[in-house]
Write a protein that binds this ligand. Structure first.
Ligand SMILES: Nc1ncnc2c1ncn2[C@@H]1O[C@H](COP(=O)(O)OP(=O)(O)O)[C@@H](O)[C@H]1O
Ligand SMILES: [Mg+2]
Length: 464
């Protein structure tokens, strides 16, 4: 998060006339702005349509000795109207940050837009900074060149860790809670809260301790449940409550080794050690041999949430353009990072790109381009797993070096692997594998996929 804050401060110092801060988190934004005002020795004024302007006291008093000329500037006029608010800013001669809440709502009024434009020149020459603070961006073309837009990201790991420490310190005074202060657990809980706002995180920390009156390993599930709520709202992503573990995947030893070697890959320790985060994986091969199963098992074994991206819904949706939907889905996935993002049967979603023949090849090419760019440039720890049955249907750009860490081909299981698959599925169906001739079964199932072995067991059980 520090990057955007540094950038924001540079804009303020460089006297950019209007900064538009996009966020749902007003409290947090105001606190950050108060810090900034203190640092730059400015006053901080907040405006809302219901209350007009009020001064937010930053802790250290402003160093400028001159009296508040601010009320006078507004005169008798009611500064709750947007025009009066802009006038007040124009007339003030203070070093100050003026924060206008929800100002997008007035920007379809030509008079307001004109007044904002007039203001730009005077603000640039002064030590005033005008900040629009709202959750949405609605920028009229006239203002495009004057407004600098900054997306305020959700709280990052350092912020959440700090918040969690403060939360636990408060709890510790209360004797009825038992608190496990294992630093590793704290990191994992803070990490699990990534993607939540500061207020949501506080609620969920509270919920986690209230349920069982302790703070422990199990609370990760509570936090993930909260995140699931958030994801569901996007419509294109699906939060998977997977319980498949690596133990349920028969064979595929190389792949499982690869997963196990990277188990700690998203921890702070791995960063300190100098390792990059793994980017992604393509699982390619014969149907029914465990590609989807492995994708789900990665998330379990790495203890990360699993999100499935439904490309069909991106095109099918009537809200917004397909590219916008894709971008939004990827943004949402990033906001809950670290996460495993799973795209099943990728050739179905992007197969049209290669043929170029289908009716909406244009749309799917653009969505695909958005996706490739993201895959190349993503900076958040989103581990991407794609599965594909037919490589010939895949656009070659996707397979270029650097998009994925590794491409695994998953073939029909060999003899030893089939034995494993029999053992796993017999056990899953409450049969004791030791009572079966696994070797003979595995030999008889030559040429079968894992899914077929599973079905054979189910049929045999009906027969029995
Ligand atoms: N290697 C395997 N080990 C255990 N079960 C398997 C294996 N391969 C396939 N299966 C069974 O077959 C089902 C379908 O496999 P899936 O992963 O969906 O195949 P696909 O490769 O087509 O994605 C799985 O849910 C699992 O029960
Ligand atoms: Mg599959």
């Amino acid at each position: 998060m520090q990057d955007w804050l540094e950038e924001f401060k540079v804009y303020v110092r460089a006297r950019y006339p209007i900064l538009w801060l996009i966020t749902w988190e007003e409290e947090r934004a105001r606190r950050i702005l108060a810090d900034l005002a203190r640092e730059t020795k400015k006053r901080l004024y907040l405006w809302t349509a219901t209350e007009g302007f009020r001064e937010e006291r930053t802790e250290t008093p402003a160093l400028v000795a001159e009296p508040l000329d601010f009320g006078a500037a507004a005169g008798a006029a009611d500064d709750r109207s947007p025009l009066a608010a802009l006038d007040a800013v124009a007339h003030s001669s203070e070093r100050a940050v003026f924060v206008l809440h929800d100002f997008h709502a007035w920007l379809d009024d030509p008079k307001v837009v004109r007044r904002v434009r007039d203001l730009v020149a005077t603000v640039t020459k002064s030590y005033k900074t005008l900040v629009f603070l709202s959750p949405v961006l609605k920028l009229p073309a006239e203002l495009e060149k004057d407004v600098t837009v900054i997306d305020m990201p959700l709280p990052g790991l350092p912020e959440l860790t700090g918040q969690l420490h403060r939360f636990l310190e408060n709890l510790q005074r209360d004797r009825c809670f038992s608190i496990d202060l294992d630093p590793d657990l704290i990191e994992r809980v803070a990490r699990a809260a990534l993607g939540l706002t500061e207020a949501q995180a506080n609620h969920v920390f509270g919920k986690a301790v209230v349920i069982d009156r302790k703070f422990s390993e199990e609370d990760l599930a509570v936090i993930n449940a909260e995140k699931r709520q958030e994801i569901r709202k996007s419509g294109i992503l699906e939060f998977f409550d997977q319980d498949e573990s690596l133990a349920q995947v028969g064979g595929l030893e190389l792949l499982k080794r690869w997963f196990l070697d990277r188990q700690g890959a998203f921890s702070e320790r791995a960063r300190v050690y100098g390792l990059p985060e793994p980017k992604g994986l393509l699982l390619l091969g014969v149907q029914g041999c465990g590609k989807s199963l492995s994708a789900k098992a990665i998330a379990t074994s790495w203890r990360l949430p699993l999100l499935r991206l439904d490309v069909g819904r991106i095109f099918g949706s009537y809200i917004g353009s397909s590219e916008e939907n894709m971008r939004r889905a990827l943004k949402t996935a990033e906001s809950v990072a670290p996460v495993v993002l799973w795209l099943d049967e990728i050739e179905k979603g992007f197969g049209g790109v290669k043929s170029g023949a289908s009716a909406d090849a244009g749309a799917s090419t653009r969505v695909f381009a958005t996706f490739l760019t993201w895959l190349q440039e993503k900076t958040r720890p989103v581990f991407f797993v794609a599965t594909a049955n037919r490589i010939v249907d895949l656009p070659p750009e996707l397979l270029r070096k650097g998009r994925f860490d590794e491409i695994f081909f998953i073939d029909l299981p060999g003899l030893a692997e089939r034995r494993e698959v029999f053992r796993i599925h017999l056990a899953r169906r409450r049969r004791d594998p030791a009572r079966y001739d696994l070797e003979g079964l595995a030999q008889a199932a030559d040429g079968c996929s894992g899914a077929e072995v599973e079905q054979a067991i189910v049929s045999a059980m009906y027969f029995a």
